[in-house]
Write a protein that binds this ligand. Sequence first.
Ligand code: GDP
Ligand code: MG
Length: 448
Amino acid sequence: LSDRLTSTFKNLRTRGRLSEADIDATVREIRRALLDADVAVPVVREFTAAVRERALSAEVSEALNPAQQVVKIVNEELVSILGGDQARGLTFAKTAPTVIMLAGLQGAGKTTLAGKLAKHLKDQGHTPLLVAADLQRPNAVTQLKVVGERAGATVYAPHPGVAGEDEVPTGDPVAVAVGGVATARSRQHDVVIIDTAGRLGVDAELMAQAREIREATQPDEVLFVIDAMIGQDAVATASAFLEGVDFTGVVMSKLDGDARGGAALSVARVTGRPILFASTGEKLEDFEPFHPDRMASRILDMGDVLTLIEQAEKAFDAEQAEKMAAKLQKGDDFTLDDFLVQMQAMRNMGSMKKMLGMLPGMGQMREALDSFDEREVDRVEAIVRSMTPAERANHRIINGSRRARIAKGAGTTTTAVNQLIERFEGAQKMMKQMARTGGGLPGMGALP
Ligand code: GDP
Ligand code: MG
C-alpha cells in the first residue's frame, strides 16, 4: 500500500500549486489506504471529502511538493479526529472514590484491562479496588481475581458458599457493583474499577444490564473497550454501546496485532468520544496512553513520509532565516519594516532577560533590555503601520506634511514621529557599522 501511495506521489509535479487532478489522484489512494486499514466506509467517504476540500483551498507551501502537502493535510485531519495533540487522561471524582466502569463485547479485553488499569493507577499512588460484576461466565470472577493478584490490587467478588466478613451479594451484577463502590468508600480505596459481562454480539439484555450498573453506580468514567481487529463491525458495535449504555471514553485493545487500527478512526469519528488508552498485549505492562499521532501514521502506514515532510519544513525554515540574516548583514537594505520586526523580536526576548544575564558578556545586553519598554513597541508599530510602503522603504521621502499625516493616522504627535525616525536612523547607522565589522546581534539596533 505504502508503495502504491509513493508511486502516486512520484507522478505528481514536484512543486507549486495543488491541481485538482493531483489532489484527486492522491485522495483516491488515501481512500484505498483507509479501506485497507478497515476504516468504516461512511467514515472514509466523509474523511476524504474533507481532505479534498481542504487541499483545494490550501495555501501553497513552498517547503513541500504537492504530494507532501496532501499527506500533511491527511495526517493533520487524522490526528485531529483521533484526539489532537494529546490523549486525555482519566477524569477523577472530586470526592473519592472515582468509579470507572468497563463495557464492551465478550473477549474485547475488559478483564485484562481492569488489571492493567489497576496497575497503572497503583503506580501513580492510587489504591484501586477491582469489582467483579461479570457473573455471566463461570470463570469470569476467577479471572479477575488472578488479574488483581498480579496487579497487587484488592478484588471485590462474590464467593458463593463462603461465609466471611465480606458478605458479597451473589448472582446480581448490579448489587455486586453497588456493594463494590460502598466497600471502596468504607475501606478507603480511592478508585473503583467495575468489570462487567460481555456477549459475543450486541444484545438487548447485555445492554440493559450494563445500563443498570451505570445508573446504580454513577461512574465518573465508562470506558468502552474495543478490539482493534473488529474491522468493519466497529461502527455498529460502538454505536450500539453508545446508545445502550453511553460511554465517556474508548480503550483500543489488541493493538499489538496486525490490525492497522482503522477501527480507532471509525469509533472516534462516529461516537465523538476520546480514545484514552491503548492495550498492546496480554501482560499487565502492555498498556499505554493513546497517541493520536502514532495511530494516524499507523493507519496511513506512512511514518517515513511524515518524517520527510517534517525535515523538508525544517530545512525551509532554516533557509528563510539565513536569507533574513544575509539581508541584515548588508545594512543598506535596512528599512523601517525591518526596524519594526526587530522591535517585535526584542519584545519576545523580554522573557529571555534572566537567561541573558547569566551568560558571560551579556550584562550590557541585559541592561539594554531592562530599559526596554514593551509599550514602546506598540507605539512604534502604530506609527510604522501608518506609513505607506514607499515611506517604509525609504524614510527620506517623509517630509513635513507626510509626518503630520502619519502622526494623525497613528493617533500621536509629529514629535513622536520625528523621534521614531531619528531612532531609526541611528539603528540604520548601527546596522551599517555592524555589516562592515561583520556581525553583531540583530536586534541591537532597535535599542534606544
Ligand atoms: P473480556 O471478555 O472483555 O473481559 O476480555 P478478556 O480480558 O478476557 O480478554 C480476552 C482475550 O484477549 C484474553 O485471552 C486476553 O489475554 C486477550 N487480550 C486482552 N487484551 C489484549 C491485548 O491488548 N493484546 C492481546 N494480544 N491480547 C489481549
Ligand atoms: Mg471479562
